[in-house]
Design a protein around this ligand. Structure first.
Ligand code: SF4
Ligand code: SF4
Length: 475
């Protein structure tokens, strides 16, 4: 006899409707009166389909109730009692999974000395022979990296090449030659390559901006906000703040690089948590198209580590910006807050992650010497290498890494409704906080769950009030 129980779900309301986020399938489901009644009647109990339907037949008709139970079963809102959920069975990507994104560290040097920087600060990963890595990637290594990228991209038609550092523009010569070479190889192979670059903006010059625009290179500027915020941590080596240097260059970039949207990426610290003020400055005063925020990655005892009340304040301001984003979105007006937009996209696509990000999966970081690591933050770390540009991906090592880091091996996350999106969080942060990439980032679970709940409510509102907006995420 089939016995039914409620599936794993997170309930929320949006636009005066009841919704459920079905965790095993990562689907958002709006409850109509019958499904609402079925789930409420089932509650914490275990019932047969007939027992469940009989009590509701008077109100909704027996056939209708059974059809709804069938639909709820299909989306796993109800399931057989005691059944082993599918997501508890380790599902691994194919062994020869193609590379989609290569992050190339063209230099490990920087002309700024941001106190919180993981590359130079106290939290730098020091498990390796990093000292043996060249400060700057050579043209030859860059060419070999590009060859590696196309080789490992398999059947993929599009490859993504992102330049990272250090400060990328310190090695402009290699940026230029890499882009030219990647275009040439892409044409020969019948592929397309898309470029991205992160910079602190201090070295932007007219000819560099022209080159970025001509080559349609997506630019992300690391900036912390208005003058007081920027000059607190983003300083030159002599301690001078960088705001006055970067602002005119950013304005020129925004004016002369119309071919791709320019984004700002803000690092939040305990001393810099005025999210709304920063957002307003970067959008209204400077004109960035997109602004994304990330809390600093650090061990707990640094004075810039965000404390509990800091996380509360950050969440409150994120929520305010998210609701502002919603009001713009329902009117088909652009709003620059990318944290919420990115999560709405993931929710609509039904993203359910077995791994927190693409690191070591479809994304790798290449160090200045050509070693291939999990991502740009691990580039140059021997313990986190998974191949080399000449030898290719080490598929055995990659497989071992993925098996070890699968969500199934993070028992603390197994009952968390936010796991389809979080999946334990950034490996680099886990390494910094707990000394191991395998650890779940349990220090911010409450924050993640509250933020995920906010995004679900925003998603429900958009789904009800402007469903056409979501169609862009369906291809
Ligand atoms: S790290 Fe925390 S929030 Fe993230 S999936 Fe695990 S339990 Fe959930
Ligand atoms: S490990 Fe962390 S820093 Fe690296 S790609 Fe993943 S989320 Fe980003």
């Amino acid at each position: 006899m089939t016995l039914l129980t409620r599936g794993e779900m997170h309930e929320f309301t949006a636009a005066n409707q009841r919704f459920v986020y079905l965790v095993p399938s990562a689907a958002v489901f709006r409850l109509d009166p019958v499904s609402e009644a079925v789930l409420d009647t089932l509650g914490d109990r275990i019932l047969t389909p007939d027992q469940l339907a009989d009590g509701l037949a008077d109100r909704f008709g027996l056939e209708n109730v059974h059809a709804t139970i069938g639909e709820l079963h299909a989306v796993r809102a109800v399931s057989e009692a005691g059944a082993w959920p599918d997501d508890q069975l380790m599902q691994m990507p194919p062994a020869d999974m193609p590379l989609t994104t290569m992050v190339m560290n063209v230099t490990s040097k920087c002309n700024l000395a941001c106190t919180y920087c993981y590359e130079y600060g106290d939290d730098r990963i020091t498990d390796s022979a990093c000292g043996d890595q060249p400060d700057f990637m050579s043209e030859e290594t860059a060419r070999q990296s590009v060859d590696f990228m196309f080789r490992e991209s398999g059947e993929n038609k599009v490859a993504h090449l992102n330049f990272f550092g250090g400060e990328t523009l310190l090695n402009f010569k290699v940026l230029q030659s890499s882009v030219a070479y990647a275009r040439e190889r892409a044409a020969a192979l019948g592929k397309e390559v898309q470029f991205g670059l992160t910079t602190n903006a201090t070295l932007l010059k007219p000819h560099i901006i022209e080159w970025l625009a001509e080559n349609r290179i997506g630019v992300t500027v690391s900036i912390d906000g208005p003058q007081d915020a920027q000059d607190e941590f983003r300083v030159f080596k002599n301690g001078r703040g960088s705001y006055d240097v970067v602002v005119p260059k950013i304005k020129a970039l925004l004016q002369k690089h119309p071919t791709r949207p320019i984004g700002a990426r803000v690092t939040l610290t305990q001393q810099n948590l005025s999210v709304r003020k920063i957002f307003q400055h970067l959008t209204d005063d400077l004109g960035f198209w997109e602004v994304g925020f990330a809390p600093v990655t650090t061990s707990t005892f640094r004075d810039y580590a965000i404390e509990d009340e800091g996380f509360d304040s950050m969440l409150e301001q994120f929520q305010q910006l998210a609701y502002e984003w919603l009001e713009h979105t329902v009117d088909n007006r652009h709003h620059a807050f990318s944290n919420v937009r990115d999560t709405i996209e993931e929710l609509h696509r039904g993203v359910s992650k077995a791994f927190p990000c693409g690191a070591g999966l479809g994304l790798v970081g290449v160090g200045t010497g050509g070693d291939v690591a999990l991502c740009h933050r691990f580039a140059g770390s021997d313990d986190h290498a998974i191949g080399s540009i000449t030898g290719g991906m080490d598929r055995v090592q990659q497989r071992a890494f993925l098996e070890q880091h699968h969500i199934d091996n993070k028992p603390e996350c197994h009952t968390c409704f936010a796991r389809p999106l979080c999946s334990g969080g950034c490996y680099h942060e886990a390494h910094t906080r707990y000394g191991s990439t395998t650890a779940a980032n349990l220090h911010y679970c409450t924050w993640i769950r509250r933020w995920t709940d906010t995004c679900l409510r925003i998603y429900g509102e958009v789904a009800e009030r402007n469903p056409q907006y979501l169609a862009q995420f369906e291809n």
